[in-house]
Design a binder for this molecule. Sequence first.
Ligand code: ZN
Length: 387
Amino acid sequence: MDSIRTISANGKKILSLIVQHGPLTKRQLAERGGIGWATAVKFVNRLDSVEVLTRIGTSDREIVSGKNSYVYDLGRRAPVFLGLDIEYRTTRFALTNLRNEILWSSRAETPRASSLDDIEGFVARLVSEANQAAASNGFGPLDGIGIGMPTWLTEEGATIFDALGGRLSARFDLPTRVENNIRAYTLYKEHTTLQQSFVVVSVRNGIGAGYVVNGELLRGEQGLAGEIGHITIPGNTTRCRCGKSGCIETVVNEHALTQEYAVRCGDAVSANRTDSAFSTLFRDAAEGSEVAVGLLSESAELLGQAIATLVLVLNVRNVFVVGQFGADGDVWVPFLEESIRKHVEPRTEFALHYRELDDSGYLIGAALLVAREYLDYSVMESPATAW
Ligand SMILES: [Zn+2]
């Protein structure tokens, strides 16, 4: 099934306003949504009758026909979604509502999957578990399934996104969308900031990029848009999980950089370390360690080239590098900027920012792959502090 539970364009406006502003009266909904009064009354009543909306009291400031007017909030049958964040080792899954609140969550070990059948079976098991949890907690039934997963989880390639979505959709008779994790995260950031154009580059155990251009999350024809981690570095022969050798993400990633830093520091220094966390590299660089600065500068040269390519192709100004670099993550920014500047056309404007990764963003972003179809972003306002 490919259609969302029938909610009209006006219904979406009403839901979006209540999601963003909290409980509102019909009058407030009509005004803020630019909907005629009679239409607002009709649609609010309709949503109320199916328990998508519920009356939670009256407004003492607004009088209609001599009575205080009702205030509406999301009701018992407001949409509920299942979001799954599948990672190589662990899968987190959660029930969410249109406010991006996590109603229930759990996790499972991701099996070593070799085929589409394996993944479908695994996800089907989690959907059943979530359905039971929804029923026993008084939510649901589910209105959709959103999945963020690694592109290279199986050897069948990127077409797995649409193939898996199609199979699960038919199996559960629910709208189901599948994207890679970083695009799910990018969608979460788009939803929470309502920015029209930006790029997200994540550096974890691989490099991923997601981007929104003029309000559209771009995925490419195969769902492979943004795979900049697989740009080849000349002379690098390290084998990548994508099957090729020499990809940039085999050198610039959490594990490789942490390891390389320990090696460069030598045994004497690393023996004294109580932690070998990725963030140590950034902390030491901030404190002036030449070894740490050298490594960040070299890796920024490589990553900067890849980001410059994106900036040149997309002409998007704001680039957010996200990861778990710790409190001193900003120390990488000037090196990356210098590299990008060297590789873009001289008049290209860009601004690079570091942001600590918001871990729940992957999960909520996955649910938003389906939840966003209930919303009308045009009536929602950008928050004052965006990113
Ligand atoms: Zn690769």
